[in-house]
Structures are given as structure tokens and as C-alpha cells.
Design a protein around this ligand. Structure first.
Ligand SMILES: Cc1ncc(COP(=O)(O)O)c(C=O)c1O
Length: 409
């Protein structure tokens, strides 16, 4: 976007020319507590006065351990857990796969259509979409197998969640072989792929099959996790307990931090020095994470995510009836999307509409993002601290944008 930020918080970005914009992107689902939340700012300042870095693998420090203990306590399941910290979401995903392979002694990793897991070599292989993420960047890592996702809006015929899981399982068993699979890796709600929420029953059945077959079930909660959907983790909506969870984005109030949290026996299977990195679990980022979690708890940001969902649905859902271009409004909490199509009968994806409506919003001071395998999805990821009035005004602009696009095209 042709905007250089000078200041940001609570759903407002001020650019270097002094223009104010409403932020419905939160830096791609990162600044859930706001972009300069008071506790986070103070924690960063305070932490940096002590030390900015020592390398946790050389001289450990308490902040890292406190974040690890907190994530062990917050993530689903009351089994013994371990956490290891990194910098980015892709790094967390790569390391979760390393843990699964090391613990199972198997190689294959199962991923899904429409998946996005990052831009490093292994995570490009795990990601589904070619352009712009993979084209020209191969060769890719081997032993990655893709199976069908449950994409309710685009299933050829209605299918239940459990049935859709059986479809994927059958492909795994027939084409890969259960006993060669180290891990099933899935975004419980797919992010870049288009905010795809599978039907109830899909995730529980996959995780049950994984358990029965000694396969590590990894939930990639990098985008959908941490308060975003009105629960700490998006798997909580269906009571799924993953073996490993990957986290990043919203966990540290804008500072770069990521984590793999999960079963102690899996993480303990890796030998000393097997996981790590110079910067992983930076002390300032750890202080920011602890302050973010405190802020989320104090301000009940899970509650705010749910309130954002009801406010937005009230305004957006009627559009699916009113406008041909609006195919579906979906999502959970403050992770909401509008899929745009040529018409509701053909459901032909309309990426131009998504691009032009987003541009319309930006011209009127609303920062809004698109996504989707077909590039035809408008996504809403506001900071959870955005005020009701501000969100209301931004939604009005979006509605105007959709209406005028349909009437003028
Ligand atoms: C589900 C998911 N996994 C992994 C990643 C990669 O995270 P990062 O960009 O921090 O490497 C993303 C980023 O959008 C994501 O949405």
C-alpha cells in the first residue's frame, strides 16, 4: 500500500503525512492487543534496559522460561508439555516438523489443499499456492503430501466434517501409507487460503485418526490462534487437543516471536542442540509476549473478538442476499472473510472485485487485506482493541465499496 506508517494503535494507523486510517489488518493478524499497547511498550522498554540479547542457548534468562511455562499452561490438554521459542511462524512450523520426524522416526508430512505455512524452503513445500509463494523458487523439500481440505463453500456436493475427514484419511492410507506418516499439519482455520472454516467434526476425526496411527497432529495456529477467534486457540472451538501447536503473529504484541508447544515426550525426543537458533526467544520479545498475554486477559480480548464478530456479521451477512458479488461471509471471532464471486450460481471466483473493493476502502481511509487461493477473499483482522464506533465506520465504508462495485460494474 502506498502508505508509510508513522504511528499506530487501537485500530488507527497515522501515516508520515498525518493522514489517519482505520486498520482492519493488524499487520496481518499480529497486533491483536494494538500496535503500541501500554503494557507491551513498557515491558519492551524495561526489558531492553537490562539486555537486548544473550542467546538463550548460551546464557538462559527467566523471561523465556516464563513464556514457555505460560504457553504450556494455556494450550489445550493437561498432559506434560514443553515449549521451544523461535522468531517467525515459518521457523515454528519447520521445527514442529523436525520434532515430529525425530520422535516418530518417519518422514512423510501430510498437508492440505489451500494451506499456507510460510516461505522458507520446507514451508514453501508445505504451502499449497504456487504464485506468488512458490513459483520459481524450487526445488522443494520432499516427503510432503497434499490431501483434500474441507472447504464447505466450494465442495462439489454438501459433505459433513467427519465424511470430509474420511476422504482425506482414505487418501493418506491408500497413497502414502499410515505407517510412513510422521505428522498431519493443518491450520484449524486456513488463513492465506481464504479463511476456510471446515465443518464441525473434520478436525476431531483427523486428530483421532492421527492418535490411532501414531501420527503427530500439528495445529498451525500462527494466524488463527491467540484470541483471534474468540478462544485462545482455534482448536478450542471443537475441543481438539493437538500433539504440537505452532504459534507466532499475535503472541508478542508486534515483536517477532514464535513457539512450538506440545507433548513433552515428543519434544524430549530431540537430542541436545537439535533445536535452536541465535535469536530464538529474544528477551525483549519474551517480555512483550508476557505483557500481551496479561493485556489479553485483563481486557478480555477473547470476549472482544466475539463482539467484533457479532457487530460485523450483522452488517455483512445481509449482503450475501443483497449482492451477487458476495458469495459467502464466514469466519470466527475477529477472523472474518467475504468471498467474492461473479454470481452466486456459478461461484466463479472474482479476484478483481476483491482487489478493487480493497482499493476503494484504502482510498477512503480503511486498510483492508485480501487473501484466498483464488485471490477473491476480503479478510478482516482488526486489532481486538478497535472501538465499536471505529469498526462501525470502517464496515460502512466496506459495505459502500461492495455496493458501488456491484452497481458500477
Ligand atoms: C498459518 C500460518 N503459518 C505460518 C505462517 C508463516 O509465518 P511467518 O510469516 O511469521 O513466517 C503464516 C503467515 O501468514 C500463517 O498464516
Amino acid at each position: 500500500m502506498p502508505v508509510y506508517a508513522a504511528d499506530a494503535d487501537g485500530g488507527v494507523i497515522v501515516d508520515v503525512d498525518g493522514n489517519s486510517m482505520v486498520d482492519l489488518g493488524a499487520g496481518i493478524a499480529v497486533t491483536s492487543v494494538g500496535a503500541s499497547a501500554p503494557k507491551v511498550v513498557e515491558a519492551v522498554r524495561e526489558s531492553a534496559t537490562h539486555f537486548t540479547h544473550t542467546c538463550f542457548m548460551v546464557t538462559p534468562y527467566e523471561g523465556y522460561v516464563r513464556v514457555a511455562e505460560k504457553l504450556n499452561e494455556m494450550t489445550p490438554g493437561d498432559h506434560e508439555k514443553r515449549t521451544v521459542l523461535f522468531n517467525s511462524g515459518a521457523e515454528a512450523v519447520e521445527n514442529a516438523v523436525k520434532v515430529a520426524r525425530s520422535a516418530t522416526g518417519r518422514n512423510a508430512v501430510v498437508v492440505f489443499d489451500h494451506a499456507y505455512h510460510g516461505r522458507t524452503n520446507l514451508t514453501m513445500a508445505l504451502t499449497a499456492k504456487a504464485a506468488p509463494y512458490k513459483s520459481g523458487f524450487g526445488p522443494f523439500a520432499p516427503e510432503v503430501y497434499r490431501v483434500p481440505m474441507n472447504y464447505p463453500y466450494r465442495e462439489p456436493a454438501p459433505i459433513g466434517g467427519k465424511e470430509a475427514a474420511e476422504r482425506a484419511i482414505s487418501q493418506i492410507e491408500k497413497q502414502i501409507g499410515a505407517d510412513t506418516v510422521a505428522a498431519i499439519l493443518i491450520e484449524p482455520i486456513q488463513g492465506e487460503g481464504g479463511f476456510i472454516v471446515p465443518e464441525d467434526g473434520f478436525l476431531p476425526r483427523l486428530s483421532e485418526w492421527a492418535r490411532e496411527n501414531g501420527v503427530v497432529f500439528i495445529a498451525d495456529e500462527v494466524q488463527a490462534g491467540f484470541c483471534r477467534t474468540g478462544e485462545w486457540f482455534s482448536v478450542n472451538h471443537e475441543g481438539v487437543v493437538p500433539d504440537l501447536i505452532t504459534l507466532a503473529k499475535g503472541i508478542a504484541g508486534g515483536m517477532p516471536l514464535s513457539a512450538v508447544t506440545g507433548r513433552a515426550d515428543l519434544l524430549d525426543a530431540v537430542g541436545p542442540g537439535g533445536l535452536g537458533g541465535t535469536y530464538g526467544g529474544n528477551p525483549v520479545a519474551c517480555a512483550a509476549a508476557l505483557a500481551s498475554i496479561e493485556t489479553m486477559e485483563e481486557w478480555d480480548l477473547n470476549g472482544r473478538a466475539k463482539a467484533i464478530e457479532s457487530q460485523a456479521r450483522k452488517v455483512l451477512e445481509p449482503l450475501a442476499e443483497e449482492l451477487d458479488v458476495v458469495g459467502e461471509v464466514r469466519g470466527r471471532g475477529a477472523m472474518l472473510a467475504i468471498e467474492l464471486v461473479s454470481d452466486s450460481a456459478s461461484k466463479a471466483p472474482h479476484p478483481t472485485a476483491a482487489k478493487e473493493v480493497a482499493a476503494y476502502c484504502l482510498e477512503r481511509g480503511v486498510v483492508i487485506l485480501t487473501c484466498g487461493t483464488y485471490g477473491n477473499v476480503i479478510r478482516l483482522l482488526p486489532p481486538l482493541t478497535i472501538g465499536e464506533d471505529l469498526l462501525g465506520k470502517a464496515l460502512d465504508v466496506l459495505v459502500e465499496g461492495l455496493r458501488s462495485w456491484e452497481h458500477e460494474s
